[in-house]
Design a protein around this ligand. Structure first.
Ligand code: MIG
Length: 799
């Protein structure tokens, strides 16, 4: 089963009969004759942890992925012994553990078998490295589907695939190429319309096989560490994803500008070049909030230094850009140049902060600066030191965000592209080799960076982006999908990767719009922007040696399309911010694959392209050249074509005509979509009206809008505004009820209401039971109703 050639197959071992068990509070331990212990811990009625050891005792219990503040309470727990098995029952599931071989099965309370061991837990001893190769196999039913696992560049449904988790710098990766940059050993299974999740919290190299090797078996294994996994019961995929996100943690709100458009290149320099880029955005009226400095801003690629020839006065430059609404984000890599004159190198050396080889010398590897040493970010002392290094960049120079790259970690000119496996790590007081720390290294770097940026940005919010990540990294950082390529196939991949990251707990993600390697045609760039504005993180980035990739590198039509779609994103900022708020509050993914949206409908199970942006907007990118439309699946329910406001009944595949400057976009009937005016950057304009596009639906629909000061932490003290709208559509009436919460008073005083799809002509309008005078052309194009923001009920009455 093991594909790594370093390991020699020695034969599998299995637990023998259970001979004893003990029970304490929320955990039950089962012991076998051959020193296996299975510890079952009930964390929530629908969340159970299974942890195995083969030594007769457990090692220290430590995880970087689990959020210490995750919910931990259950309503019911009963442990009993029945003839051949033990039984653990909660309010949601029933788990049976067979006495004879420790194999387990989990049922819901309606007696549906949700998950069942095939061989169950087994292992192989690893003489060379010590410890075990730990394995698990589960039976899988025909028709079962699998989702999740982070950034995999393949179909959304992972059925039939074998995947590998080992953080890797995979320049110009291809479809189906493995492994990639991120490691999220979490998957969702779906069968009989019921979903469950497995989080295999093990940072060693892991593998997942979804009925690839054997048709009715799903298995996962790791090259070391413990068989330690969490089972999450749905039955809705929503429950699985939100529980997983709660377990591994939610981020804080980013500053609103971070949801704007970002422009990046490897590299903008010198200062005059960056300023030209900034000026061009304003001149062409393409909104933009952030500009990036890639590695060339540094002095010889030394982190925390500046090339003074290209950037003589960074503080002044950053301030000047800020006056025009641009935030500056800079790259910081993990490799510290070995240079006796370089203060950061000297400090780290003096304090013994670098990673060491097993036999003692510092680990040395080549990256951009040449030979480097690498801080051990798994050491809390090193993280604290690293955080402190951001003081000047953030509080003196005024940089607003930090971009962590190469943190898989990547090393150049060596066959395995990373550290040798014998390198030692502190692992927060659980010393280990790189075999165990590799997959978590990038996350710990981003974590240290986040704490530094946060400390010095205070009272503003930090912004951090990382390339490598392990489950839980979302607590500290956003991410992008790495070095993609300017091809149509990569546009398809980006769409799936970002959806997959979204249901893997790490939703604040985007791709390099237009492709990092090679150069897109104008058409491909336009199609990519049209998708990218619907990704939580929206940035154009490219490797400059393949030519220019600013919007104006393309023709007038492409510039217009870019302006149109980026402007639409800026209009939708309150909608986007609201979905971010639902993510940080409840762990709800910002993008929802169709299967997540409606798992009962089997038509959604193999869909890749269409997704729901937030709760009420259906997006389907155009993924082929010369397309004037495409076939797509519209999920069940009533929808409006965004461009022509025409009603569509879902639950079927349809052909949608689109022009070059459109993609299929639908709004859910009943929705209230909030919009800001188009701004060139967040906070550019003061405005007195919040636009509300209200889409009529017969029946009820709820919509929410979250707003706050757009930066800072007052929202945590209740200073936010939360609007919930209930629309009730009747034959001759539309009622909109508004309920408000929170202590933040928004700057605008009115709503500008657009009514879309009213099936009747308006006779009367009442606001809080008072008749109002209105313009008769209210449902004709470009006309709207202005309503004071304090209303609680709006009634549109038909003739
Ligand atoms: O070896 O910093 O993925 O976004 O522009 C390449 C230069 C290093 C890889 C990143 C890319 C970045 C580039 N980096």
């Amino acid at each position: 089963m093991i594909t790594n050639t370093e390991l020699e197959y020695k034969g599998d071992l299995y637990p023998t009969k259970i001979v004893a068990f003990e029970y304490e509070v929320d955990s039950v331990c089962f012991h076998t004759d051959n020193d296996v212990i299975l510890k079952v811990t009930v964390l929530r009625d629908s969340l159970i942890r299974f942890r195995f050891t083969t030594k007769g005792y457990f090692s220290n219990d430590f995880s970087y992925a689990i959020d210490k503040s995750h919910s931990h309470e259950y309503n019911f727990l009963e442990v009993s012994e029945v003839e051949d098995y033990y039984q653990i029952k909660t309010n949601k599931v029933l788990c049976r553990i067979q006495k004879i071989d420790m194999r387990l099965s989990i049922f819901d309370l309606k007696d549906t078998l949700i998950l069942e061991d095939e061989l169950g837990f087994h292992w192989e001893e690893s003489y060379e490295f010590g410890g075990n190769i730990v394995k698990m196999s589960k039976s899988s039913k025909d028709g079962e589907c699998f989702y999740g696992l982070g950034d995999k560049a393949t179909q959304l449904n992972l059925k039939g695939k074998r995947l590998e988790n080992f953080a890797t710098d995979q320049y110009a990766f291809q479809k189906d190429q493995e492994p990639l940059y991120k490691v999220v050993p979490f998957y969702i299974g779906l069968h009989n319309k019921k979903a469950y999740g497995i989080f295999f919290d093990n940072t060693f190299r892991t593998y997942f096989d979804f009925c690839n090797e054997r048709r009715n078996v799903a298995s996962y294994w790791a090259e070391g560490g413990e068989m330690n996994y969490y089972f999450i019961y749905g039955p809705q995929m929503q429950d699985v994803v939100t529980t997983f996100t709660d377990l591994t943690g939610k981020p804080e709100l980013p500053p609103l500008w971070a949801l704007g458009y970002h422009q990046c290149k490897w590299s903008y320099y010198p200062e005059s070049n960056l300023k030209e880029v900034a000026a061009k955005f304003r001149e062409l009226k393409i909104p933009c909030d952030a500009l990036y400095l890639d590695i060339d801003y540094m002095d010889g690629f030394r982190c925390f230094t500046w090339n003074k020839e290209y950037f003589p006065d960074p503080k002044r430059m950053v301030a000047e850009l800020a006056e025009d609404g641009f935030k500056t984000v800079v790259i910081i890599d993990p490799g510290i140049k070995i240079d006796k004159e370089y203060s950061i190198y000297k400090e780290a050396l003096k304090n013994d902060y670098f990673c060491k080889r097993a036999d003692g010398p510092y680990m040395k590897g080549k990256v951009w600066p040449g030979e480097c040493n690498f801080p051990d970010y798994t050491n809390p002392v090193v993280r604290e030191w690293w955080a402190g290094l951001f003081k000047e960049l953030i509080s003196v120079i005024g940089v607003k965000g930090v971009w962590n790259d190469m943190n898989e970690p990547a090393v150049m000119e060596v066959p395995n592209k990373t550290f040798p496996m014998d390198v030692r790590h502190d692992y927060d007081g659980n010393p280990c080799s790189h075999r165990k720390a590799h997959n978590i290294y990038g996350t710990q770097m981003a974590r240290a960076t986040y704490h530094g940026v946060k400390r010095f940005a205070y009272p503003k919010r930090p912004f951090v982006i990382t390339r490598s990540a392990y489950a839980g990294a979302q607590r500290y950082t956003s991410s992008w999908t790495g070095d993609n390529v300017a091809t149509w196939e990569h546009l398809w991949i980006a769409n799936i990767q970002v959806q997959r990251m979204s249901i893997s707990g790490m939703g604040f993600t985007g791709s390099d719009i237009g492709g990092f390697a090679e150069q897109p045609s104008g058409e491909l760039y336009a199609r990519w922007i049209q998708l990218g504005v619907f990704h939580p993180f929206c940035r154009t980035h490219s490797s400059g040696n393949h030519g220019d990739q600013e919007p104006w590198a393309f023709d007038e039509e492409v510039i217009e399309i870019t302006r149109k779609f980026v402007s639409l994103r800026y209009q939708l900022l309150p909608y986007l911010y609201t979905m971010f708020w639902q993510y940080i509050e409840e762990g709800i993914p910002m993008l929802k694959p169709l299967v997540y949206y409606d798992q009962e409908d089997t038509q959604t199970h193999y869909r890749n392209d269409e997704f729901i942006f937030g709760n009420q907007i259906l997006v389907c990118p155009i993924l082929e050249p010369n397309s004037l439309g495409r076939r797509m699946y519209v999920p069940r329910g009533q929808w409006y074509n965004y461009w022509i406001n025409e009603k569509v009944k879902g639950g079927k595949e349809i052909w949608v005509d689109t022009k070059f400057d459109e993609i299929p976009l639908f709004v859910k009937a009943g929705a209230v979509i909030p919009k800001y005016p188009i701004q060139q950057y967040v906070g550019e304009l003061e405005f007195d009206e919040l636009t509300l596009d209200i889409y009529y639906k017969k029946g009820k629909e709820k919509s929410v809008v979250y707003e706050d000061a757009q930066d800072g932490y007052d929202y945590k003290k209740g200073k936010y505004s939360f609007l919930s709208f209930q629309t009730i559509g009747k034959e001759k009436e539309l009622i909109v009820q508004l309920h408000k919460e929170g202590k933040y008073d928004t700057n605008y005083s009115k709503y500008k209401i657009n009514l879309i799809g009213l099936p009747f002509n308006v006779k009367e309008i009442e606001i809080d039971n008072k008749k109002v005078i209105f313009d008769k052309n209210i449902f004709e194009n470009e006309s709207y109703l202005i309503v004071d923001k304090e209303f609680t009920e709006l009634c549109i009455i038909g003739l």
